[in-house]
Design a protein around this ligand. Structure first.
Ligand code: MN
Ligand code: MN
Length: 417
């Protein structure tokens, strides 16, 4: 190994994993190289890196790619993309950056956007072909939406709140005092681009002025200073009117929408909670507006692990909010790959591919599991194995009956360190 401390500690950890595998005498695998041979390879410096680590800070953050666990094998397409790599489109009033299927080719079903709006900064009135789910990460914002009955919805959201705007519903977002906001947008289409939405000022700029005048019952002169193209994100004054005033004015005589497009995610009681962490599952069963996106907000305490599982109904798009983790995705036919995750990374797991997410840091790991589905569902390996005839499990794993009865009974969601 290169003579840097992190590489040496990585090497030691990997060697211990290798030694444990060899001791387990797993026998031959589908791989041409047995775990024992591979372990020998690392031990005899086949895996050493005398030239030193490439991109040292990236290497340190991606230890499981630089020196994969001995159980990784074969060609599994990458399932990580850091928002840090994304172009940050900055305009007066805020910025946006996105991760789509063009950035992360495996991510077919969901695209994500990270956006900042200053106090008063506006994401222009717009709509799009994808449904939009959002989590407020910082600060506060006032959002507007028009429902399918033509009735307005206006609400203020703050850190820990979510919203959902169905495809085609027009909406806006504006940062509030004192410092605007930052949030994550999740779209139910991997090909969605935040830079290709239907915007009010873009449409009016590309409509004959005589048509606009006729439509609005205005003179063309009254329209002489409309924008010449999209605004996208722009600085404006912080709203001086209260939420109640804005609602009353917008409602007019049709009234407000009877639908609720916001949900106080972090104010709900956890769906699962124990000493290893907590999970909040929000799908259309409790947040009715969110018809095409299901979410799980997961907190894993240090040493804990989101248990081995998979999802029957949809691909999983992940966003890492804080802490650090590693995840191995098993892709059948002897193929498995482990990747490391930090704050701001996007992860992705295709439907039915099993995985775990282990907290590898010293702080809480907080991340989102997002699904293009009206409902959340998973299969827990522990739950499966503890609801079978024990002799059947014993015949597969070659472990004794006492070991089988020691496996956590039922779905634990998060297992302790
Ligand atoms: Mn939108
Ligand atoms: Mn999962």
């Amino acid at each position: 190994m290169a003579d840097d401390t992190s590489s040496n500690s990585i090497s030691r950890r990997k060697f211990l994993e290798s030694a444990a595998l060899s001791a387990a005498a797993l026998g031959a695998t589908a791989s041409a190289q047995s775990p024992e041979d591979a372990a020998k390879g690392e031990h005899d410096r086949s895996g050493s890196n005398p030239g030193g680590p490439l991109s040292p800070s990236l290497s340190a953050e991606n230890a499981d790619s630089v020196m994969p666990p001995i159980t990784d094998h074969g060609d599994v397409h990458p399932f990580k993309y850091p928002f840090t790599f994304s172009h940050k489109r900055t305009q007066e009033g805020g910025w946006a950056r996105q991760v789509t299927v063009l950035d992360l080719p495996v991510a077919n079903s969901i695209a994500g956007v990270n956006m900042r709006l200053t106090a008063g900064g506006i994401r222009e009135l717009h709509w799009h072909s994808a449904g939009e789910w959002a989590l407020m990460l910082y600060g506060s914002a006032r959002i507007t939406c028009l429902d399918q009955l033509g009735k307005p919805f206006i609400d203020d959201v703050k850190e820990g709140d979510i919203w959902f705007f169905p495809a085609g519903y027009p909406h806006s977002i504006q940062g509030l005092e004192p410092d605007g906001c930052e949030f994550l947008l999740v779209f139910d289409d991997g090909r969605f681009s935040e830079y290709n939405t239907f915007m009010l000022a873009d449409w009016t700029a590309h409509t004959p002025r005589s048509v606009l005048a006729k439509n609005f019952n205005l003179s063309e002169k009254a329209l002489s200073s409309i924008p010449r193209g999209e605004l996208y994100i722009f600085q404006s004054a912080v709203p001086q009117t209260s939420l109640q005033d804005d609602r009353r004015t917008a409602a007019g005589n049709v009234g407000l929408s009877s639908q609720n497009f916001t949900f106080r995610l972090m104010q709900m009681a956890p769906s699962h909670n124990d000493k290893s962490g907590e999970v909040r599952i929000v799908d259309s069963s409790i947040f009715k507006a969110s018809t095409t996106i299901a979410a799980a907000h997961v907190i894993v305490h240090p040493g804990g692990m989101r248990e081995m599982h998979w999802h029957q109904n949809a691909d999983e798009w992940q966003y890492y909010i804080s802490g650090q983790a590693r995840m191995t995705v098993f892709a059948a036919s002897g193929r498995a790959r482990t990747m490391d995750f930090q704050k701001g990374d996007v992860g992705y797991v295709q439907q039915t591919l099993p995985h775990y997410i282990e907290n590898t840091g010293t702080e809480d790991l907080v991340f989102l599991e997002m699904f293009k589905s009206s409902y959340y569902a998973d299969v827990s390996l522990n739950n499966w194995l503890t609801h079978l005839p024990p002799a059947l499990v014993q015949a597969h794993l070659n472990i004794d009956r006492a070991a089988i009865s020691a496996i956590p009974h039922g779905e634990k969601v998060i297992v302790p360190g």
